[in-house]
Design a protein around this ligand. Sequence first.
Ligand SMILES: Cc1cc2nc3c(=O)[nH]c(=O)nc-3n(C[C@H](O)[C@H](O)[C@H](O)COP(=O)(O)O)c2cc1C
Length: 332
Amino acid sequence: MKLGTLNLENRYVLAPMQNVTTAPYRRFCRKFQKIGLVSVPMLYCKRIENDPTSVEKDLYKIEEERPISVQLIGSDPNALKSTIDYLNSYNFDIIDLNVGCPSKRAIKAHEGGYLMKDLEKLSVLINTAVKYSSRPISLKIRVGYEKPVKIEKLAQLINNSGVSLLIVHARTVLSKFTDGTLDLDTVKHLKERVRIPIIGNGDIINPISAKHFIDYTNVDAFMIGRESMGNPIIFSQIHEYLVKNKEVSFKNNKESMEKYVKIYESTIDEFLNGISHPIGNELIKFVELKRNAIWLSKNIDGSTKIRNLLSKTKDLKSLKELLSNYFNSKFY
Ligand SMILES: Cc1cc2nc3c(=O)[nH]c(=O)nc-3n(C[C@H](O)[C@H](O)[C@H](O)COP(=O)(O)O)c2cc1C
């Protein structure tokens, strides 16, 4: 997929997810399938304007992860400009504007999903981003705020804006993340009217749903978020199916969990090598390994007990002891 001078190797995109798609997580997902684009989850422009160093911890070794975008959330054009200036030295491939976050905080601050009901404000922010960024700009939107957006109006705004890529989560802002509320028709109609590539997103959980999304809407690529939590091979399952018509199952058992936990641990070690993280390397490793071990256990029969125990661990040593006991069948 070509975006100006940037060529994405394939149409698989990992969604930005705060406290999930961290640097180790993005690297981990890329170990099982090439992924055309990953993203640093949303950074707050106001926070960066006040103290740019506050986000340094989120941007270690970014240059090793390309192609990568960074997502920004904000409502103040001046804060957006200073953020873009600050991020210039990091050479991100894309700057992505968050136009979908449904949190109370975002709506109250007139940013994120709120912008779906204030297209004039959105237009000012886009103009600022396009004017001051040397990188392509993408938008991650929803299909509307409460109801589907007026497609002609949004398409016209986007087509005249200089934005290079549109990502559409196929739900309204008020639908948050509720299952069963996907609106593929609006995505399809946007695709018919917008002259830039579109990435579709929402509830893609297996090869069948990926194929259905693409076939129905004709989007150029798709983005996956939650399904990747605990299923690191989701992109490869979809690739094998779409390209080779092969079905690959994901094994939900202790052996496969052990394998993936080991790979996750070595991915964290690779990332932390040579870094002295302000949060503390051991703490980062503990937090990363703990939540991913919990996700990786989620589909294993009878795994509720281990998940409860994992969630109660307080440090790396006890976490590793627990995992080792579990994998060596000391209980269950
Ligand atoms: C824990 C969590 C954090 C998220 N953080 C962000 C974020 O920082 N920026 C964003 O645009 N979307 C965020 N999202 C939304 C996802 O990027 C994605 O649009 C949504 O989960 C739908 O895709 P899925 O059905 O594949 O999960 C987040 C979602 C979750 C579950």
